[in-house]
Design a protein around this ligand. Structure first.
Ligand SMILES: [Zn+2]
Length: 115
């Protein structure tokens, strides 16, 4: 017998969400961003990140922040919380404001829990 090993069998088994990049048929392509979760809704997260931009005219640097709305698939709902550092990837526009999808949680799991 030959054992079949699929790449997608990592973590939680499956979900019925067609717009899940791991189990559904949503393709992830384009840009990727990393940021902190500032808002969590049942199927959507909002992440915020900062980048440093050089202002040529004044020879200074400044911080620019941006917010991105990303879809949260059903199977990943429990592993994300507000304040986590996560990675999102671009996909096709899923709604008026959402064209990114949650990919993975980058924050360390144990150090977060205090008090
Ligand atoms: Zn899924």
């Amino acid at each position: 017998m030959v054992e079949k090993k699929s790449k997608k069998s990592v973590g939680k088994p499956s979900c019925a969400d067609p717009k899940c990049p791991f189990h559904g048929h949503l393709k992830v392509r384009g840009r990727e961003f990393k940021g902190y979760v500032v808002k969590k809704l049942p199927k959507k997260i909002t992440i915020k990140f900062e980048r440093i931009v050089k202002v040529k005219k004044y020879d200074r640097i400044k911080k620019e922040s941006a917010k991105i709305h990303a879809r949260l698939p059903d199977c990943k709902r429990e592993e994300v919380n507000v304040g986590d550092y996560v990675r999102v990837g671009g996909c096709r526009p899923l709604s008026k404001t959402i064209s990114f999808v949650y990919l993975e949680n980058l924050s360390p799991k144990s150090s977060k829990e205090e008090k």
